[in-house]
Design a protein around this ligand. Structure first.
Ligand SMILES: Cc1ncc(COP(=O)(O)O)c(C=O)c1O
Length: 383
């Protein structure tokens, strides 16, 4: 049993908060507008700059809106669900724990009754051909905890009557999104661009705005979710105002991430970086007999949250508890060796390992981690 000699330069493979961009240090925040009001001329200009650069890097259509909202991706999704749902039936698709969480919101918290839930086990996608686009359709683009992504938007009706609401937090900036198929899209800064946590982004199509201005949900709306005033969208949220106070340190960091994204050629460059990481993982998995992707279908394998399962008959013969503790021991060994941090799977996901392969991760770092994964496996198997 040999111990590898080379460690990744950056062993940060967490699926959120994700690795900072290559070369990042705290100096990137030196000009942050700390101690100043976000509503000052300068503060508002920084927020506007984040909005403008985000729109440009994402290639958002001119008539779509993008705003910075509280409480990260969860805040953005729940703001949308609470503000939009209830005027027609809802179809919701889930295949891992975050999608399951949106079903809970819709069924148990909002208590909507005309809801059809389509679910699939870890590793698979539900049957999207079941979607009825006379209804609102809620889904996640990339299932972060199963590493299964939607391969494309071809299943979404161009002439839909309902709205599509897409949690895209671990997809945007690493996967191409078909904007014309999506009415509400959410993400948080802490994912693909390696930003800081707690700030969310909400994108609205013109049809989503029309819904907001024509439908008033029957339930109380917390201030933090309120984006409509007197039947009109509060447009200032999409122009640099925020509902409550953002961190200007996080704003500066988001700007740094976006400027880096621009230097990589925008979304196309970022997608290429992430796909290179997935390709490296595919190559390693192909030559490593004990490991496989949790995602069963090649077309659905995520290039960001890359989830692996252990397929060795020795491992498969273990009890579920032993499998979970074995996978945890591998992650603990990788961490103790400084070879890979935070690669244990999400608490509700099957035992295995999860590596983030988003745009901020260098392929060479991922490749340097592979021999350590092999060493970790040999060690736990040998007891
Ligand atoms: C698909 C998905 N949805 C929602 C969330 C929650 O994001 P946040 O913690 O930014 O609110 C995550 C976080 O990992 C996620 O991966």
């Amino acid at each position: 049993m040999t111990t590898p000699s080379v460690r990744p330069n950056n062993p940060n493979f967490s699926s959120g908060p994700c690795a900072k961009r290559p070369g990042w240090d705290a100096g990137a925040l030196a000009n942050a507008l700390v101690g100043r009001s976000h509503r000052s001329k300068e503060g508002r200009a920084r927020l506007k700059d984040v909005i403008a650069r985000s729109r440009a890097v994402l290639g958002l259509p001119d008539d779509y809106l993008l705003g910075i909202v509280p409480a990260s991706d969860t805040g953005a999704v729940e703001m949308a669900l609470w503000s939009i749902l209830g005027s027609r039936g809802v179809d919701v698709f889930a295949w891992e724990s975050f999608g399951e969480g949106w079903i809970t919101d819709i069924v148990k918290q909002l208590k909507l009754t005309d809801v059809r839930s389509f679910t699939a086990d870890y590793g698979r996608l539900p049957d999207f051909t079941q979607a009825d686009f006379t209804r609102d359709v809620v889904f996640t683009w990339n299932g972060t905890t199963s590493g299964v992504r939607v391969p494309n938007g071809d299943w979404i009706d161009d002439d839909r009557l309902g709205l599509t609401i897409c949690d895209a937090t671990s997809a945007v900036f690493a996967m191409h999104l078909p904007w014309d198929k999506l009415d509400v899209v959410t993400y948080s800064w802490q994912k693909v661009l390696g930003g800081e946590a707690a700030h969310g982004v909400l994108i609205l199509s013109p049809r989503a705005v029309a819904r907001l201005e024509s439908y008033q949900p029957p339930w109380p709306m917390p201030k933090i979710f309120r984006m409509v005033k007197g039947g009109k969208l509060n447009a200032s949220i999409f122009e640099g105002d925020t509902i409550n106070t953002p961190s200007m340190l996080c704003v500066e960091d988001a700007l740094d991430g976006l400027i880096w994204a621009e230097s990589q050629g925008g979304t196309s460059g970022l997608v290429a970086r992430s796909e290179r990481n997935l390709a490296a993982m595919v190559e390693w998995v192909a030559r490593t007999p004990w490991v496989d992707f949790l995602a069963e279908d090649l077309a659905t394998r995520s290039c960001t949250s890359i989830c692996l399962k252990i397929v060795d008959p020795w491992f498969e013969a273990l009890s579920p508890e032993e499998q979970a503790s074995t996978a945890k021991k591998m992650a603990a060994y990788l961490e103790a060796e400084g070879a890979a941090y935070d690669v244990a799977p999400y608490r509700d996901a099957p035992p295995g390992l999860r590596f983030w392969g988003g745009a901020t991760v260098e392929t060479a770092d991922l490749e340097a981690a592979f021999p350590w994964l092999e060493a970790a496996y040999d060690k736990v198997k040998a007891g």
